[in-house]
Every structure is written in structure tokens, then in C-alpha cells.
Design a protein around this ligand. Sequence first.
Ligand SMILES: [Zn+2]
Length: 301
Amino acid sequence: MAGLGRLAARAALIAVCALAAPLCLAQSFLDKLLDGARRATDSVQRLQQTTENFSEDQEREIGRQWAAVLLGAAPLVDDPELQRYINQLGRWIALHGERPNIAWTFGVLDTTAINAFAAPGGYVFVTRGLLMRTRDEAELAGVLAHEIVHVTRRHHLNAMKSSASMALGADLFAWLGQRAEARNAETTRRVVSGARELLARGLDKDDEYEADRLGAALAARAGFDPWGLPGVLQTMNALSASDSDAALLLATHPSAASRLDAIGPAFTPELERQPPRIRGSESYRKLVGSLRARPVEGGER
Ligand SMILES: [Zn+2]
């Protein structure tokens, strides 16, 4: 990367030289340019080290901004019993995961869009559109377990290290260093728009496959039938790209068919042996049933 950066700086300098020959006679100008490129590389490396070491409070602070973006796009379904249920179910599953002690927060977003989202620090949202397409509690548990793995494996924080998101990462680094009241509105706006960009672009394919494999195993450890998650992937496989409710999900994830192939290795003989298997509950049937009769607050999209 550093070598490429220097090459790019030289190429840029050659272009500048063609336009302004007198400037290029001064060697120090070249040194300054290359020095600037080196400094940029150093700060990128510092940032990469830093994102590995965010404290849980910092992760939570980033997650709070992301949650605000999601809640700005669609409100929570106005049903306290449903929100309590999704929190109890999600926290139960998260207790069996790699980071049981973070402050997990779950919610159902009131939109017909079919999707689920995780944000750093333990925020997980499932949309009403996806919830209503699950056929039982084991399928919902599979969706939540997949999102929980994105958080426990810090997939979103890792995505910030990718070059396309580097500007966001640098902003984030500065933003976290400031006290809440001192935070510059412009930087906060950029952090939020960066979150939007990552949410719209989606995660790396391998992170999605990992969340599927580990999610199926996590759901099983929490007592659910691990075949719930493949069941949801089968439903997704039948979605049409022309269905506007499915558009963002399909654009930001690998195809459901490839995910069904990749989840296979999760179903080890050991996993298959684990009893007992919850498929449904009375709470699920009652709450998802009443959701079908409720008008959509967040609008159709
Ligand atoms: Zn995912």
C-alpha cells in the first residue's frame, strides 16, 4: 500500500510538473509531497490498530449513531409487548454467544422492507417485513443469531478498515476522541452518512457466510432448531429482485442460493445430535399474528 501510495504521488507530481515546471525544480517540494503520503499511510495504520481496540463504550457510541440512522428510516412497531418479546428472545440467544455481557438491544422496525440489521455494540433490528415472513420462532431465532454474530465478530468495525471507508474511519477516530458536548456537528453528520453508506453497501460476503454458519450453531446452543436459518434463506431465495421490499436485502447480501451452499458445513454431526429443538412458542404465534392485523406506521417501501 505504501509503495502504491508513493507511486500515485509521483504520478500526480509528474502531472503537476507538466503544468507548472518551475515548481518542480525544488526537490523539497517532492519531499513534502512524499512525506505527506507517508504520513497518510502512518495514520491509516494507526487507525487500523485502533479499530481493533475500540472499547465497549466506544463501540456502543458508534452503534447508537447507527441505530439513530435506522430509526430515522423507520420507527419501532408501536407494540411494547412485541418489543419486550424480541428483546427477551434476542438476549437469551446472545447469552449463548461470544459476548454475552454487552448491553444487547433488539427492536422490530415498522417497515414492510424485508431486512435485519446489526450495529456495533449490540444493537439488532429486524423489520416487520422480515418478521412476517418467518414461519416460526426457530426461523426468527436464526435471523437474530446471524445478526448477533455480526456484532460479536465486529464485522461492521472491520468493514471500516476497508479503503473505501477509510475517510469514515478517520472521522470516527477524531469524533470518538471528543466529549459528547464538544462534538462538531459536521463531523457527526459525516459519521452518520458513513454509517448510511455502509448500511447501503452491505458487509463483505465472507462475513455474511460466517454469520450464517456461526448463527446456525448459536441458535442451536440456545435450544432452537438450527434449520430455522436455512428456512429463512429458502424464503429469501424465492424473493424477486423486482419486489421493492426485497431490493436492499438482495443488493447487500450474497445470493440466498450461495448462502445455502455455504451454511452446509455448520451442520456437523455434533450439531445434529443436540436436543431439544424449539420450533415455536405461544408468544411468537400471538405477537406475529397480531402484527399481521396492524397498519404499517413506517410506510411501505
Ligand atoms: Zn448479515
